[in-house]
Design a protein around this ligand. Structure first.
Ligand code: HEM
Length: 546
């Protein structure tokens, strides 16, 4: 168990940091939303603002409990792994920076959950203080606190960046809840107007502090494009642009519609903003786990290597032989047939790869390229269907069944139908199980999406599962780290995954909006997601590992 924990520690710490940042942002958002945005007003005579405040306090309590749970896990995992791998005793661990900060956040979160049950001005002031303590303790665990040069300004910038993130992104779920609870248009208007002021200031602070930190942590254009850290920061900037676009559409809607027509439209757009905002926070957590670009003087990949990896190549549509792979049939002696050797290949450092490594890479590239053909076909068919001139193209979800068969057949070469491991026995392996579940999900989506296409009213909430999974898949691509020991290879892997992740996130939320917005407002998102799908297909077609 402990060994497993050590093995997955890298990814687990990104997940726990992401959980901390999301719940911390919610607490920051709530602590400003409740007293400022939902402040009682003589302009709103009914008790709708009171209802908004009560539901917001409930959400605040849930976030505080969530933060306490994540911190408890964080303390346990970090301590257990350090005790096992660095042979540290409990006494050393208790004095470590992470333990002190985690314990402070845990205690403050528990106190905040308790205090949020009390309705008074006094309690609100104390809640503000507790949330400030949580933020300060959290900032002490990111890169700023461990810098040798310019530590103080970087700590201030990180503090401002996370503060503004909380006020804006963390406040959005409170706005969403408020718009849902407040049934009257005047209350919805008031909440939106007051929240927009916070959002505007927060965006300015996020951009200012983000750019200032980037100058310090990245430092040069070469590092921006040649390190995983730089690519992650660029990904955040692109998603911020998407959020600002949604904010702009919100603003236009407010001008175009009036009365009861505004509320539902606003809610749908805010839903997508919450989704993209949380994805940016997850990407930020992954960023913290990477060494800052300026520290990788000798490990920055140069433009020539990047260009050569990105240069369009004809897709690999012929697969290496099964017997050439590194372990096609583990645990079983087989007669390897004579197969023509593959051409020699080298790592980025010029080290030669073994024949089986070359074959493994060929197998993986072949899989990605055929997947690219299928996803591109799906995007193009969906676009064709969107034009309204090709009814038959509405059957694009059938391509998902092709994807399912492909995953099933090629995902695990050592298992049935290609390898010797039987159909039933191979279900017990975690990776095989995940691949098969993904294949089954594709089939389920195909059937479900076909039903939604034929009878749009048959969708209901289940129609939202497909866009949600697209967006979640994209977020996973943006947060998962590659356990490659070579920093430059890790960057090249990141460089191919990050654009696909961003496109998947955008396609998921565009499809979400297409389903959720009233029919007359669906035109733009209905074009965006098929284009994103087609681009993902193109990206996969040019996917390369060497
Ligand atoms: C909505 C937009 C954004 C959100 C929600 C956001 C959120 C965050 C959060 C929560 C962190 C702290 C990570 C941690 O402590 O683990 C962070 C760090 C950072 N962000 Fe952003 N950010 C946004 C936009 C930007 C932009 C536009 C830039 C640059 C132009 C940027 C650059 C950075 C940098 C350099 C760090 C420092 C990470 C470190 O400690 O190494 N961010 N961001």
């Amino acid at each position: 168990m402990l060994l497993r924990l050590v093995n997955i520690f890298g990814y687990l710490s990104v997940l726990l940091r992401a959980g901390t940042l999301v719940f911390q942002s919610l607490l920051l958002g709530g602590v400003l939303f409740i007293p400022w945005v939902a402040r009682p007003s003589s302009e709103i005579p009914d008790n709708s603002l009171e209802k908004v405040r009560s539901s917001s306090l409930r959400l605040f309590r849930i976030a505080a409990i969530g933060l306490a749970i994540v911190q408890a896990l964080y303390l346990y995992v970090n301590s257990a792994v350090l005790m096992a791998s660095a042979e540290m005793g409990l006494r050393d661990i208790v004095g470590a920076n992470f333990f002190i900060s985690g314990s402070i956040v845990f205690t403050a979160a528990i106190l905040a959950a308790l205090l949020a049950t009390i309705r008074s001005k006094f309690a609100m002031t104390w809640l503000g203080l507790l949330v400030a303590i949580i933020l300060a303790a959290s900032v002490m665990t990111n890169h700023a606190a461990s810098r040798m040069d310019g530590r103080a300004p970087l700590i201030v910038l990180s503090f401002l960046h996370e503060l503004a993130t909380g006020f804006w992104i963390g406040g959005l779920p409170f706005l969403l809840l408020g718009l849902f609870v407040a049934k009257t248009t005047s209350t919805q208007w008031r909440l939106t107007r007051r929240f927009s002021q916070i959002a505007l200031v927060s965006v300015a602070v996020i951009v200012f502090s983000g750019v200032a930190m980037s100058l310090s942590y990245i430092g040069s254009v070469r590092s921006l494009f040649g390190t995983a850290y730089g690519v992650m920061v660029s990904a955040k900037a692109i998603m911020l642009a998407a959020m600002l676009l949604l904010g702009g559409i919100n603003f236009l809607l407010l001008r175009k519609y009036s009365g009861d027509a505004v509320g539902p439209r606003l809610r749908r757009l805010v839903e997508a903003e919450v989704g993209i905002g949380i994805t940016i926070i997850l990407t930020a957590a992954s960023l913290t786990s990477q060494p800052p670009a300026v520290d990788l003087v000798n490990d920055t990949v140069d433009f020539a290597h990047i260009a050569s990896r990105l240069k369009p190549h004809w897709p690999r549509l012929a697969s290496p032989e099964l017997a050439q792979l590194s372990s096609p049939f583990p645990g079983r002696k087989i007669d390897i047939p004579a197969v023509a050797p593959l051409p020699a290949a080298y790592t980025i450092d010029g080290a030669p790869l073994s024949r089986s490594e070359v074959a493994d890479i060929g197998w993986s590239e072949y899989n990605h390229h055929w997947m690219g053909v299928l996803v591109l076909a799906m995007g193009l068919l969906a676009l064709l269907a969107r034009t309204g001139h090709a009814k038959w193209a509405e059957y694009w979800p059938l391509v998902l069944i092709g994807i399912a068969i492909f995953i099933f057949a090629r995902g695990d070469p050592e298992c049935w139908p290609l390898g010797p491991q039987g159909f039933w026995i191979s279900w017990t392996k975690t990776e095989v199980f995940q691949h098969r579940m993904a294949a089954l999900l594709c089939i389920a989506f195909a059937i479900f999406e076909l039903r939604v296409r034929r009878r749009p009213s048959s969708g209901g909430p289940l129609a939202l599962v497909f866009p949600l999974l697209c967006a979640a898949g994209g977020a996973l691509l943006l947060t998962h780290s590659h356990s490659l020991t070579n920093v430059q290879e890790e960057f090249l892997a990141e460089m191919s995954h990050v654009p696909l992740g961003i496109l998947a996130v955008l396609s998921g939320w565009a499809r979400w909006l297409e389903i959720r917005l009233p029919p007359e407002d669906r035109a733009i998102p209905a074009w965006i997601w098929p284009v994103c799908f087609a681009l993902i297909g193109v990206g996969l077609l040019n996917y390369r590992e060497i």
